[in-house]
Write a protein that binds this ligand. Structure first.
Ligand SMILES: [Zn+2]
Length: 1022
C-alpha cells in the first residue's frame, strides 16, 4: 500500500503535509481550498441601529434600512439588528448549506423569534447551519435576524487587549452569504491537522511521532482534493493510526466543555447577559448533534440572567441538565474574588448559588469552581465543606510569577483543618481547544505523576465567552484512545473527582492559603469599589441583626427577606473576580458604584424600619449596637456640632441603649508645644504629632512602652512609582519598592480641631504633587485604645502608589493578618523566594505585629492591601493604573485607619473587637426618654464572635446565628440570649439542620465547644 520509501528528511515531509492543509499557501490545489463549494449572495440585507440592548420583539418591529456587506456600524456598545432574507438555490439539493457570517461584532442569529446560534469570529463561529442535507420539502426561502453587538469577544480595547475601550469604534460585516459546506473535507482536514500536530508535539524523540509523519505523508499521496472519491481511503488510513490503542496504565484526560464568561470585565454587566445567550445557545446546538458532549457551567447569576432574558433557551438548558450533559458547577452566585469578600459574603455566595441550582435544576454542586481568581483564602476549605462541597478546581496558581506551585492534584487543608480534594488542570488553562498540544501539556505538566492518573482538560473559548466548537469535539473524538497520547474521555467534574478520590492514597497536602504571586495590586485598585464592598457588607450585617431582633420586639414587624436577598445579590455580583479586584473598565465601575448606592439607599430604609421596631419612639437619642460585646465609645449624636455633639455611650451587646449623661472618665488632653507639635493623651495612649502629621511618639501608658521605632516616624505617607510589566490595574511589581519617596510638603501644618475632653483631634494637609493632596484628622477619643486617622485624599496621579507606614518597636518573624472568620501569619523577612514573593499581601480589618507581651495593630475601615517588612507596617492606600480604566481612582477618597499598640497578645488585647468597632459604628436611633438598655445576645468567651443573625431561609419563626472562634484556640463558650428560644439545632452553612445535633438550651444559654477558627451555625427555633 505504501509508496516507495522516502528520504530521511522529517522536515520536508512535515511541511508538505502542512502546506496540504494550509489556508494561506496552495489553496488553489490543496485540501483546504475545497472546504467550501458554491456560494450565493443573500436576497437582501437591511439593518437598524440602537444604543440600547433591546428584546427581539422590540427589535423586529423597527424599520430596517437596506445595507450591504462591507458597511460599518457603531459606535461602540450600540447594537445593529440585521434582517436577512435568503433563498437557497434548488441546485444545492443534497448539500450541507451554511449561512456564512463574518463580523467583528459578536452576533446572535434569531429564527422564528428564538435565539438559535451565536456568531463570533474570534471564537471560530462564523457559520449557521441552514440544512445538513438540503431536501426539496425544506423551506428554501427564509427570513432571519442577526443581532450584532458593537463589541468584540474582548470588548473594544484599542491596540492592547486591556486598553480602555475606544468609545467610537466602528464594526463591520465582512461576509454574509450562503455557501455549500463540504463536511467530508472538514473531517479529512481534522485527520490531517491532528496528525501534523502529533508529529510536532511528540518531537523527534518519540517513534510514535514518526509513525504519524509517515501516515500523514501517505495520506497526501493518496488524497486528490479534486476527487472526493479518494477521501474514504485516506480517512481510513488515518483511522488505522488513531485506533492503535494505549496500554492500560496510560493517563486519562477528562475533557469537559467550558466557557469562561467574566460577569463583567472589558464589557459591562448588560453585555454579559448576551454573551451568555450567544455562548449557551451554541452549546445547546452542539448537544443536539453530539450526545456525548458535556459542558460545565458556573455562576448562578448568569443562569438567572438567561432565565429572565432568554426563557426558551433556559428551558432547553434545564432539559440538558436533566440529561446530564449541561452541568451546573461551582455552587456560587458568581465566580467571586477569593481574597477580599468577607467570611459572611463567601457563605452567601454559596447560599445564593447552591439554593438557585437546587431550585432550578434539582441539584447542589459538589465542587467549587474558580479557575480564574487571584488567590484563595485559607478559610475556603471550611466554607466549602459547610456548603456541601468537598472538591475544588482552579488553575490560576499556574500564573505565579516567582514560584511554581508543586501540585496539580492534592488535598488542600484550610485554617481549621478542613480539607478538600483539589485539582489544577495540568494544562494550565480553562480554555483549551481540544488540540494535541493541550493533551500533551496535560500529560507532561502533571506534577503528580504516579500519584494521580486522571486530569481535567477544559475546552472552549473563554473569558469573553464563546465556548466549545464542533471542531474541538471532533478533535477529541479522534484521539480517545490513541497510543502515544493520553486517553481522552468526555467527563463531568463528579466523575473526575470520584476517580481522583478513589486513588488518593499518595496525594500530598497543602496547608493554608493558596497565594497568587501576581495581581497583588488588586487589593488596592479602585478604592471606591473596595469601600462600597466593606460598607455594604457592614450595612447588610446590621440590617439582618436589627430585623431579626425586631421580629421579637414587635410582632407585626415583617422580616424583609425578599428585599435583603435582592441587596445581597447585588453585593455578591460586585464581588465578581474582575469587579471587586478593580480590573474592569470604567463602565463596569460606574455600574458597580451604582449597585452600592442601591444597597446603601435600599438598606438605609430597611435599617431605619428595623430600628424603629426595636424601641418605642420618642425624642431621646439611643444607639443600636450590632456587635456581640458591650461597647463604651464616643459617638457624635448631633451632626455638625463640635464638643456639645459628642457623648460617651455605653452600648449593650447586640441591642439598644439610651444615650445617657457621660460617666466620668479620664479626659483627652491636647497640648500645643512651642515648636508647633501637638501632644495628645487619653490615659491609655500618649502621642506626639509633628507639624507634618507624622507621629514622633506613640506611647502605651499601661505598658510603659514606646511604639514607634527609634529615630523613625509613624503615620509616614510614602509614594512609589507603580509601573507593572503588563497587567496595569492588576499588578504591582517587586521593583516598585525601590522607588519609595516620603510625602513631605506641608500645605497646612497640624492644628487643633477638637481641644480635648471626650475627643481630641488635629488636622493637617500635605501636598503629594501639584495635582494631589492629603488632608487628615488624627483623632483620639476618651477611653479608646487606638488613634484614628480620618483621611481625605484628592488624587490625580498616574502610575503612582500611595501607602502609609508605621515603623514600630517590635521584633517578630511573622505578622498576623485578619482573613475570613480568622487570621493567619505571613513572614516579615525575605528568606526564601516564597517569602519574598509576598511583598504585597491582603488582609481584612486588621493586621498585627507582636512580640511576646507587646504588639502594634493597624486597623482600617475599607482597605485590603498590606505589607509588613521587618518592623515596618504598611497599609496600601491608593493606586493610579490606566488600563483597562483610564480614569481609575481619580478623584476624592475618604478612608480611616487606626493604630493600636497593646500589651499581651492581640487576642487578649481585644484587637479583633476594636477592628470590628471601627467598622461597625454604633447606629443612632430615636427612642423614648424611658428606654432601658436591652441586649438580645452575648457570648461568654471573647474568643468567639457572633458574626451573623438572620432569619432562616424559607422558615419564619427560625433564626440562624453564626459564630466563629477568632483567637485560634479550643474553647467552650455560652451564647446567651434574651430571645424566646425553644430549640436549637446545629446546621450547615446552607442552613440544613443536622438531625443528630440538637443543642441544649438552658437558662444560662447555649453552650458550645469550638476548635480553632471553627465556624458554627445554629438554627434557633422560637
Ligand atoms: Zn475570569
Amino acid at each position: 500500500m505504501y509508496h516507495l520509501p522516502v528520504l530521511k528528511n522529517r522536515r520536508t515531509l512535515l511541511e508538505r503535509a502542512e502546506k496540504f492543509i494550509s489556508d494561506i499557501y496552495f489553496t488553489d490545489c490543496n485540501l483546504r481550498g475545497r472546504l467550501y463549494g458554491d456560494s450565493c449572495p443573500l436576497e437582501s440585507l437591511a439593518c437598524f441601529l440602537t444604543p440600547k440592548r433591546i428584546t427581539f420583539a422590540e427589535a423586529s418591529k423597527q424599520i430596517f434600512d437596506p445595507c450591504k456587506v462591507g458597511d460599518t456600524f457603531g459606535p461602540t456598545w450600540w447594537t445593529c439588528w440585521f434582517k436577512v432574507t435568503l433563498k437557497i438555490p434548488e441546485s444545492w439539493r443534497g448539500k450541507e448549506v451554511h449561512l456564512l457570517w463574518e463580523s467583528d461584532g459578536e452576533a446572535m442569529v434569531w429564527r422564528d423569534e428564538q435565539p438559535v446560534q451565536g456568531l463570533t469570529k474570534e471564537g471560530e463561529k462564523t457559520s449557521y447551519i441552514l440544512s445538513e442535507c438540503l431536501q426539496d420539502e425544506e423551506p428554501h426561502s427564509l427570513t432571519l435576524y442577526v443581532e450584532m453587538a458593537c463589541n468584540g469577544l474582548f470588548g473594544a480595547g484599542q491596540g492592547s487587549q486591556i486598553a480602555a475601550p475606544d468609545p467610537n469604534r466602528k464594526f463591520s460585516v465582512q461576509r454574509a452569504e450562503l455557501v455549500v459546506f463540504n463536511r467530508d473535507v472538514r473531517e479529512l482536514l481534522t485527520d490531517f491537522e491532528m496528525l501534523v500536530d502529533i508529529v510536532k508535539e511528540l518531537g523527534e524523540e518519540e517513534q510514535r511521532g514518526y509513525q504519524a509523519l509517515f501516515t500523514v505523508n501517505e495520506m497526501v499521496n493518496l488524497c486528490d482534493p479534486s476527487d472526493p472519491s479518494s477521501f474514504a481511503k485516506v480517512h481510513s488510513l488515518a483511522g488505522t493510526f488513531f485506533n492503535q490503542r494505549n496500554g492500560e496504565s496510560q493517563h486519562t484526560v477528562h475533557a469537559m466543555g467550558h466557557c469562561h464568561i467574566d460577569s463583567a470585565w472589558l464589557w459591562p454587566y448588560e453585555e454579559t447577559i448576551r454573551k451568555c445567550g450567544r455562548s449557551w445557545v451554541t452549546v445547546i446546538r452542539l448537544m443536539e448533534k453530539n450526545p456525548e458532549f458535556v459542558f460545565t457551567c458556573s455562576q448562578a447569576q448568569q443562569f438567572q440572567w438567561v432565565k429572565s432574558w432568554y426563557p426558551g433557551l433556559f428551558s432547553s438548558i434545564q432539559h440538558y441538565v436533566k440529561k446530564g450533559q449541561f452541568i451546573p458547577v461551582g455552587g456560587t452566585w458568581v465566580e467571586m474574588d477569593g481574597n477580599l469578600p468577607s467570611g459572611e459574603s463567601m457563605v452567601r455566595q454559596f447560599l445564593e448559588g447552591q439554593r438557585f441550582f437546587n431550585k432550578e435544576f434539582g441539584r447542589y454542586c459538589k465542587e467549587f469552581w474558580l479557575p480564574d481568581t487571584f488567590g484563595y483564602s485559607a478559610q475556603l476549605p471550611q466554607i466549602m465543606q459547610g456548603c456541601g462541597i468537598s472538591n475544588f478546581l482552579t488553575q490560576k496558581l499556574s500564573w505565579n510569577l516567582i514560584n511554581t506551585f508543586p501540585h496539580n492534584t492534592f488535598f488542600w487543608e484550610g485554617l481549621d483543618g478542613s480539607t478538600v480534594l483539589t485539582h489544577f488542570p495540568p494544562g494550565n488553562s480553562y480554555e483549551m481547544k481540544g488540540k494535541v498540544e493541550d493533551l500533551v501539556k496535560t500529560l507532561k505538566n502533571n506534577k503528580d505523576k504516579g500519584r494521580a492518573n486522571h486530569s481535567a482538560a477544559l475546552f472552549g473559548f473563554g473569558d469573553g465567552g464563546g465556548g466549545p466548537t464542533q471542531l474541538m469535539l471532533d478533535r477529541l473524538r479522534l484521539v480517545q484512545d490513541t497510543n502515544g497520547l493520553p486517553k481522552v474521555q468526555m467527563s463531568t467534574p463528579d466523575e473526575l473527582f470520584t476517580r481522583l478520590q478513589a486513588d488518593s492514597a499518595l496525594l500530598c497536602t497543602w496547608a493554608g492559603e493558596l497565594f497568587l504571586e501576581l495581581h497583588n495590586g488588586t487589593y488596592t485598585t479602585q478604592a471606591q469599589i473596595k469601600r462600597g464592598n466593606r460598607q455594604c457588607e457592614t450595612l447588610l450585617h446590621d440590617i439582618e441583626i436589627a430585623s431579626s431582633l425586631a421580629l421579637y420586639r414587635n410582632n407585626t414587624f415583617p422580616y424583609p427577606a425578599e428585599k435583603l436577598q435582592e441587596l445581597w445579590r447585588l453585593l455578591l455580583l460586585n464581588q465578581f473576580h474582575d469587579v471587586i479586584p478593580g480590573s474592569c473598565i470604567e463602565m463596569v465601575v460606574e455600574d458597580a458604584l451604582k449597585y452600592y448606592e442601591d444597597i446603601r439607599s435600599g438598606g438605609a430604609a430597611l435599617l431605619r424600619d428595623a430600628c424603629e421596631a426595636l424601641v418605642a419612639k420618642g425624642s431621646s437619642v439611643g444607639v443600636f449596637n450590632s456587635l456581640p460585646w458591650e461597647r463604651l465609645e464616643v459617638v457624635q449624636i448631633q451632626e455638625g456640632a463640635e464638643k456639645s455633639g459628642l457623648a460617651l455611650v455605653r452600648a449593650s451587646s447586640i441591642g439598644v441603649s439610651p444615650v445617657k449623661d457621660t460617666p466620668p472618665v479620664t479626659p483627652v488632653s491636647v497640648t500645643v508645644q512651642a515648636d508647633g507639635t501637638v501632644v495628645m493623651e487619653n490615659g491609655l495612649l500618649k502621642t506626639a504629632i509633628n507639624r507634618d502629621g507624622t507621629l514622633a511618639s506613640l506611647y502605651l501608658i499601661s505598658g510603659n512602652r514606646e511604639s514607634i521605632s527609634d529615630g523613625c516616624l509613624g503615620n509616614q505617607f510614602v509614594m512609589f512609582d507603580d509601573v507593572p510589566l503588563y497587567w496595569d490595574a492588576w499588578d504591582v511589581m517587586d521593583y516598585h519598592l525601590q522607588t519609595r519617596k516620603p510625602v513631605a510638603e506641608v500645605v497646612q501644618p497640624v492644628h487643633v480641631v477638637s481641644s480635648g475632653g471626650l475627643r481630641g483631634s488635629v488636622s493637617f494637609t500635605l501636598r503629594i504633587s501639584d495635582k494631589s493632596t492629603i488632608t487628615q484628622e488624627i483623632i483620639m477619643d476618651a477611653m479608646c485604645p487606638y488613634i484614628k486617622f480620618s483621611t481625605e485624599v484628592q488624587w490625580a496621579e498616574s502610575h503612582k502608589f500611595l501607602k502609609v507606614e508605621f515603623p514600630v518597636r517590635v521584633r517578630s518573624p511573622n505578622a498576623t493578618y485578619e482573613i475570613q472568620f480568622g487570621h493567619l501569619q505571613r513572614p516579615t523577612h525575605r528568606n526564601t523566594s516564597w517569602d519574598w514573593a509576598r511583598f504585597e499581601v491582603w488582609g481584612h480589618k486588621w493586621a498585627d505585629l507582636s512580640e511576646h507581651n507587646f504588639g502594634v495593630s493597624l486597623l482600617n475601615d475599607c482597605k485590603y492591601g498590606y505589607s509588613v517588612h521587618k518592623n515596618t507596617m504598611t497599609l496600601s492606600l491608593l493606586r493610579a493604573p490606566k488600563a483597562p480604566d483610564a480614569t481609575a481612582d481619580m478623584g476624592i477618597h475618604h478612608f480611616t485607619y487606626a493604630i493600636m499598640p497593646h500589651t499581651r497578645s492581640f487576642q487578649e488585647a481585644s484587637v479583633i473587637q476594636c477592628a470590628y468597632n471601627l467598622n461597625f459604628p454604633l447606629r443612632l436611633i430615636q427612642c423614648s426618654p424611658d428606654t432601658m438598655p436591652w441586649s438580645a445576645f452575648s457570648v461568654t468567651s471573647q474568643a468567639v464572635v457572633l458574626e451573623t443573625i438572620k432569619q432562616a431561609e424559607d422558615r419564619g419563626g427560625v433564626l440562624v446565628v453564626r459564630l466563629y472562634e477568632s483567637h485560634g484556640s479550643s474553647v467552650t463558650a455560652t451564647l446567651r440570649t434574651t430571645l424566646p428560644v425553644r430549640e436549637a439545632w446545629v446546621c450547615d452553612l446552607l442552613e440544613k439542620q443536622d438531625p443528630n445535633r440538637l443543642v441544649q438550651v438552658t437558662s444560662e444559654g447555649i453552650t458550645l465547644d469550638f476548635k480553632p477558627f471553627q465556624i458554627v451555625s445554629l438554627l434557633l427555633i422560637m
